[in-house]
Design a protein around this ligand. Structure first.
Ligand code: HEM
Length: 211
């Protein structure tokens, strides 16, 4: 019951950035360039949700609050949701589905290609986020596939870094958070490998030699 309530609260909190944008849109609060405001807000929230999804496992281990795993799927799906809104803003509101314009833009601004790749990588993750998919793929394969989220995060940071013209502070901050999360994962993986190697090296004592 409590878990359900927390999930509902999280769901509403995750919708808040969209509600804020809608509120502003209906009250003439998006300024002189509303498309730019929507693109920037949805882009920012995509990256924030990607990084939040990635922080669940370290947070779970460090705080020993293993129930946090129950929220990871929803947060990941919100990353995809905001990514889709970001993409739709670009192809619909910005380019009016004009393919010629889009290709011209891609050729002129490579950061668009990087952003697009980050988004495409999110699609298989969203499609296989259910418990049914985990069972079908098998835990190991599912985990392997879902490591793609790190690549999405990296491409998202590069996309942001490339599109900014002068002040690179924010993309660098996102990059630092992502690097810390990656380093944590590499550290855990390294420690696991080392303990496996130690276990293999331990020579078993024959039963007759035991006291
Ligand atoms: C689907 C393909 C994507 C397209 C076409 C796209 C396009 C854009 C465009 C046109 C901008 C504004 C650029 C400017 O102001 O000059 C932008 C900003 C941004 N995008 Fe994307 N993007 C895509 C995917 C992504 C993804 C997957 C992420 C995150 C993982 C992301 C994160 C961002 C961020 C953080 C910003 C800057 C927000 C800010 O200025 O505060 N984008 N994107």
């Amino acid at each position: 019951m409590l878990l359900r309530l927390i999930k509902l609260a999280l769901f509403l909190v995750a919708l808040a950035p969209l509600a804020r944008l809608a509120w502003k849109a209906f009250h003439d609060g998006l300024g002189a360039n509303p498309i730019e405001v929507i693109t920037h807000s949805t882009g920012d929230w995509t990256l924030i949700f990607v990084l939040t999804t990635l922080s669940i496992t370290p947070l779970r281990r460090l705080t020993r609050q293993h129930r946090l795993i129950a929220f990871r799927r929803m947060i990941g799906l919100f990353a995809f949701f905001y990514g889709t809104l970001h993409f739709l803003t670009y192809i619909w509101l910005d380019k009016f589905f004009d393919l010629h314009e889009m290709f011209k833009d891609i050729a002129k601004r490579p950061f668009i290609t990087v952003g697009f790749s980050a988004f495409v990588l999110m699609i298989p993750l969203a499609l296989t986020s259910s418990a049914w998919s985990i069972r079908r793929l098998g835990g190991k394969n599912w985990q392997r596939l879902h490591r793609l989220i790190y690549l999405t995060g990296m491409l998202g940071v590069v996309h942001y870094y490339w599109l900014v013209k002068a002040d690179h502070r924010k993309p660098i901050e996102y990059g630092i958070v992502l690097s810390a999360l990656l380093l944590y994962r590499v550290g855990v993986w390294g420690a696991k490998k080392a303990s496996e190697t130690r276990a293999k090296r331990t020579i078993p004592i024959p039963a007759r030699d035991l006291p």
